[in-house]
Write a protein of this length. Sequence first.
Length: 678
Amino acid sequence: MKLRLRTVPACSLSASALLLLAACGGGTSTAQNAGATATLAVLETTDLHFNVRSYDYFKLAEDRSYGFERTATLVRQARKEFANTLLVDNGDTIQGTALADYEAVVQTIPCSQQLSVFKAMGALGYDAGTLGNHEFNYGLPFLNQVLGGGMDVAGVDPARKCAGAGYPTVLANVYSSKTNKPLVQPYAIIERTVAATGADGKPVTLPIKVGVIGFTTPGIMNWDKRYLDGKVYTEGAVEAATKYVPELRAKGADIVVALLHGGLDSGAYSATMENPGLYLSKVAGIDAMVMGHQHSVFPDASATPAYSQAGVDNKSGTVNGVPAVMASSWGKALGVVRLALAYDGKAWSVDRSQSRGELRSIQSGKDAAGKAVYVEADSTVAPLVETQHQATIAYVKTPIGSTDFRMSTLFADVGDPGAIQIVNQAQQAYVAAYIQANLPQYAKLPVLSVSAPFKSGFQGSADYTDVAAGPLAIFNAADLYLYPNTVYAVKVNGADIRNWLEAAAKRFNRIDPAKTGEQALVGSFPGYNFDMFTSADVRYEIDVTQPAGSRIRNLTYQGRPIDTAQEFVIATNNYRATSGKSFIDKLDGSGTIWASPDANRDVVIDYLRKNPRVTRAANGAARSWQFTKVATAGPVVFSSGPNALPVAQAAGLTNISLLAADDGSGKGTSKYRIDLSQ
């Protein structure tokens, strides 16, 4: 919790010094120091998702391509480079791995103990952090505990004091309905000294006040409605910033750093906007902005950058002139915002023309064989979490069944239901049983289920569900269902189902059959939104030659064209049921007939325990959909994991062939061709 200086000793902080952190160090602030300059490097981690170790709990193996223990190495390197650094975390920190679930749900850590991720971060001494949407996944009592207590909100004891994160958490746009005050402190002012250069070229030490303010996405009110409804409310990031940034300035903040758990979206601004970075950057008084949530990178040096909206400069790393950064996810990169500071004898200001944002990847290059090379892990991190790490491994090895086929999402985009069908079967059985026992008014309605390939290659070649044939354990179920969602049941009709599937089919680019050049089948629409049925009762085609919204053909239920007025119950998850209005209007929560408290993953685990012998015939061969057949003049291509063609062949996808072992994306994935005429 220190503004890191190489030349000034750090001071300790008391537990109460959260809103206004005490100054330490020497130096004199007088007019004679006017003209002094300094550089402050704001270092950002974001969307760590509890990836403390470079370890995949789904595969029980090291994965050097991510992990905070490697980001920590970059932090230490940056501190050697810059005399003055501020280390911040941008949220989505406490959820995302089996280790996170183990400490939150399986063996909940005691109040006196820090989460493993906070222990690891403590080795680096963070100055501040904010909350992402996933911080709310385990409920407010747990969040209150792991942040140290003090939340005055319904269902939580505000007097409870616990170990906490080890750094001040700031969040300006989430309020307690009980008090109408911010759920946690909206901002903090960190008073420190900086190593500067005087106008005469000599070293000088001068005081500085850094204001840090946080914002999260208002989507939490939908995604975790079961925990938050009636207990908290949100406001837009711009509205909160407009309110609190002037307060920070009035209290003497020289510079203001915005921690936005959100990214960039060129859509019209609204108070519920998920990614308002373009608009937040325009709020007067914000000097730097760190972003996240989208698991992307900014600035982006690629030929086709992720962000190219008006006001975005990928060369200078600025958004509307404000130096900014988004440091990927899972500890894959460190964001660095270089702030050029100028002192007028009384206060510091930022010279934007000399300030910029940049990314530093944990991938340090490639070896002679072209294989990625990563920085070494910081040796201080692993010992801090070793006990919990090993306990988690032991837990996820608990046997629950077996499978006679390889269950994967490697070819889910082209029709293989191998890792999707078992999820749909578990959800359907669970919801159907509940309705028969508790909701007689819906007992005669057909119950169907949708699920999506949550791991579909976005993070690289290892980012696919991939369960080997043989024994099944809890870690395999966690691979089959990645997120800590809960089961929801929604009532829809046949017309809604068609529209739902049309929305999911946005996963694909429009293909021109006459084009002789190569065409990519899969677009930027996230794989976790590619909902699909895997039931013999439902059949449909996706015609990728048609524009989005007009692709679903020959949709049938039990062999007949679906009746647009017939009612169905669809088993899904809380995320889709409450924030899927872009799919159909009823997925704004209004169509929900049952909000289960049980996690989808636990439902899958229970189903496997009751049906321990998983087979291809019974649990991995039901292809509800296929592409409409069309001959194309040129190749239609997509990416998937390396050496995976046998998976497609085993699934009966005979129209898939390998084009290149390396697709050139830098993600370790291969290029495949699909013959849409077959």
